[in-house]
Design a protein around this ligand. Structure first.
Ligand code: AKB
Length: 313
């Protein structure tokens, strides 16, 4: 039987991963963990919720022991633009939180899922079809915590035999819970703006290519890698993952097919533009496809149609 906790449960990924895990493993077996004392009602009503600060290792350890947890999906982290605004806080949350999770997992023999990101790459990384194993010298605090996190996870796997698995997520597009403080957030914000105002001002400039993925694919990927045969995993941290790569004008053109007259303009934010420019244009995720059968289901057209339908419903 699986007994699972999901940290960062009220965030963009967590709010969709928790219900999916509850459906698969039973609501009572999946404890949503967040820092908010009062989480969104659906997280509370449909299963257990615990409020804790991921920086407090003893609180996490007590919960894991009390609930006999065997699997931790550790999602609590600051995103790229927020991390850049407060780098020391980002180190404390992203690295301090991860170290606490790994230590508690080691002492309680838990499997761990840890998301990395396209942010783990930097300006000297080959930008097109970025290989699985390549140069990783990011120049943002978010990227530094992601590479350090990947290394720390590798260390816990090789040194202590911890069953830890990870994915380098691209920008995630969803309609349930908005992302907070990411560089790829424009690809989420654009949809409600298109529906309500028929126009959107993008904080990245035209021609900025980034990898993206629709949330249902991301949720399935996280669950599939955790269920994969361990012997097939050549990389513990973390697999390149993508579903599509586009620039803002290409997303706008796709939206215009559904909303004639929709227009996009550009007012680049220097911080987020610099972050985006340091990230790859497109990842090569062939290792994930070969090792555990990764296949995205949503491309640009399918994702756009679903996002618009869901937000106008
Ligand atoms: C961000 O933009 O910070 C995240 C990411 C790609 O890791 N969405």
């Amino acid at each position: 039987m699986h007994r699972i906790i999901v940290t960062g449960a009220t965030g963009q990924i967590g709010s969709e991963l928790v219900p999916a895990l509850r459906e698969r493993y039973g609501a009572a077996n999946v404890i949503a963990v967040g820092h908010k004392k009062t989480p969104p009602p659906e997280l509370l009503e449909l299963g257990p919720y615990a409020a804790l600060d991921i920086r407090e290792q003893s609180a996490l350890a007590a919960l894991v022991e009390l609930e006999r947890i065997d699997t931790i999906y550790h999602l609590a982290a600051l995103l790229s633009a927020t991390a850049e605004a407060n780098p020391l806080h980002a180190w404390e949350i992203n690295m301090g939180g991860l170290l606490n999770v790994l230590e508690v997992a080691r002492l309680n023999n838990c499997a761990v899922f840890h998301p990395s990101s396209i942010g783990a790459f930097g300006p000297s990384t080959p930008p097109d079809h970025t290989p699985q194993v390549t140069i990783q010298r990011p120049n943002t605090m978010y990227g530094v915590t992601k590479v350090s996190g990947e290394l720390l996870c590798d260390y816990y796997h090789s040194r202590f035999g911890l069953d830890i698995r990870g994915l380098r997520f691209p920008g995630l597009i969803s309609h349930k819970t908005p992302p907070g403080g990411g560089t790829t957030d424009y690809a989420v914000e654009i949809f409600p703006a298109a529906l309500t105002e028929k126009k959107y001002t993008c904080f990245l400039k035209k021609g900025t290519y980034l990898d993206m993925m629709y949330m249902p694919d991301a949720i399935r990927a996280a669950m599939e890698i955790m269920e994969a045969e361990p012997g097939r995993l050549r990389h513990r941290n973390a697999y390149n993952l993508t579903a599509m790569s586009f620039a803002p004008e290409e997303l706008a053109a796709e939206i215009s097919l559904h909303i004639p007259g929709f227009t996009i303009s550009y007012q680049p934010d220097p911080v987020r533009q610099a972050i985006a420019d340091s990230w790859p244009n497109s990842l090569d995720d062939s290792a994930a496809r070969a090792d555990w059968g990764w296949q995205p289901r949503f491309g640009l057209a399918e994702m756009t149609a679903e996002m618009l339908a869901a937000l106008s419903g």
